[in-house]
Every structure is written in structure tokens, then in C-alpha cells.
Design a protein around this ligand. Structure first.
Ligand SMILES: *Cc1c(COP(=O)(O)O)cnc(C)c1O
Length: 232
């Protein structure tokens, strides 16, 4: 079933790519496995998935320990500075860097462990109050500042688009993130590339791919609904 879901999402990505003349090899499907048990990740792994997204440090580390080492782990959730040290040598990409202080902590811990860490700058493209992420204007400054730090490399931008009923409603935000990445790329900042655009989730990834996403983060569409314990 997980396998079927992955195949379906892959076929949708292909379709969106061909619609706009893109090569689907440019798009990485990240299986967002937060809250899901290891067995389900193993199923996705058996179906060929090698990119997994988690939003909690402890959960990522626990799964990292027991699953195959060729998995690329993506930290997609809000990251607290005091937890950076647990993941800098385990993650393939941190999608959720939205402040200089967080970037400085990542740089410091990466230097300590003698690793290089690739990151994305998270942009709150719709300016929603409830969301993490830097705003569009601030993003450019942030990129310039982070670029100066050792052992940390900016590879692109990430956004979490608003919750909408119609995926089409998010098209302008995906276009906005794409435009911002083109703008930043034109500045030719040392130690910065804008190769990665991480945007699109279960409800809107086809639109995101049409607008240039190179990574889509799909949870529900692969693993089904998430159930959070209600400990009242
Ligand atoms: C949970 C989550 C996703 C996946 O959401 P779905 O709607 O289940 O596909 C994607 N990105 C981030 C940052 C998430 O926290």
C-alpha cells in the first residue's frame, strides 16, 4: 500500500513535469515519516525511497540509529538551537533555518564535529503569523550573513505554503519562492547556490512541481493520516 502510494505520487510528479517541460529527475520526493513507526519507513525503503523527512530531533535520531545508512535524512521541522548538536553529523539537509543565531549554532557544531552541513533558508512566503520562517525581504540579508559562516552551506530555499482547499491557491506563493531564489542566485554570493527549492506537500505538490520545486515533502499521501496522541 505504501509502495502503491509512492508510485502514485511519482507518477503525479512525472505528469506535472511533462506539463511544463521539466525532467522529473530534477525532483526529489521526500517521504515525510514523522510520527510513523519504523516498519512503515522500511516499507517505503523497500519501495525505493531513500529520502525521509522528520520534524523532531529525537525521532530522527532514533530512526537514524536503526535504519539503513544510505538513507538521506531531512530535518524539516522547527529546530531548537540546543538540539543542533544531536543531528549535524546525521542529516543530509536541514530545511528549516530561519535565523542567524540558529545558523551560527549549526556552524559551530559542524566545525566541532568536522562535518559540512547543507541547509535551506525557510521563507514564510505568505507572511502567515503562525508560521516559522523569515520574510522575503529579510531572507536576502539572512543568506548573505549565513554565507560567511564556516562549515555550513546554503543550497536553496524552503517554504511551507498555507493550508488551502484548492492547491491552485498556493501557486502564487510557489512562484514567489521561485522568484526569490532567482533573485538571490543573481547576486552570486560565495558559498551560496540556489539549486534546491523545497516546496509542496500532499495537498499541493503537483502545483509546486509545475512552479519549479526540486524537492517535494509528502507525508499523508504516502503514509496516510497522522494520529497525534491527545494527552489532556
Ligand atoms: C508534516 C510536514 C509535511 C508533510 O505534510 P503532508 O501534508 O502530510 O504531506 C511537509 N513539510 C513539513 C515541513 C511538514 O512538517
Amino acid at each position: 500500500m505504501i509502495k502503491d502510494n509512492i508510485r502514485y505520487v511519482e507518477s503525479q510528479i512525472k505528469e506535472s513535469c511533462s506539463k511544463v517541460g521539466r525532467n522529473s529527475d530534477e525532483v526529489t520526493l521526500i517521504s515525510v515519516s514523522k510520527t510513523k513507526p519504523v516498519e512503515m519507513l522500511q516499507e517505503a525503503y523497500a519501495a525505493g525511497s531513500r529520502d525521509f523527512g522528520e520534524n523532531k530531533v529525537q525521532e530522527l535520531v532514533d530512526k537514524y540509529e536503526v535504519l539503513p545508512k544510505d538513507i538521506r535524512w531531512h530535518m524539516i521541522g522547527h529546530l531548537q538551537r540546543n538540539k543542533v548538536k544531536y543531528i549535524v553529523d546525521k542529516v543530509y539537509l536541514i530545511h528549516s533555518v530561519d535565523s542567524l543565531r540558529l545558523a551560527e549554532e549549526i556552524s559551530k557544531e559542524a566545525l566541532k564535529k568536522q562535518v559540512d552541513v547543507n541547509i535551506l533558508v525557510e521563507v514564510n512566503i505568505a507572511g502567515e503569523e503562525s508560521k516559522f520562517g523569515t520574510d522575503c525581504e529579510e531572507a536576502k540579508n539572512l543568506v548573505r550573513e549565513i554565507a560567511k559562516l564556516p562549515n555550513i552551506h546554503i543550497k536553496g530555499l524552503m517554504t511551507i505554503a498555507p493550508m488551502v482547499n484548492e492547491a491552485e491557491d498556493n501557486r502564487i506563493y510557489f512562484q514567489g519562492l521561485k522568484k526569490l531564489s532567482v533573485d538571490i542566485n543573481q547576486e552570486n554570493i560565495d558559498n551560496v547556490t540556489m539549486d534546491i527549492l523545497s516546496m509542496g506537500m500532499t495537498g499541493d505538490y503537483t502545483v509546486a512541481v509545475e512552479e519549479g520545486a526540486t524537492m517535494v515533502r509528502v507525508g499523508t499521501g504516502i503514509f496516510g493520516e497522522r494520529y497525534y496522541p491527545t494527552n489532556v
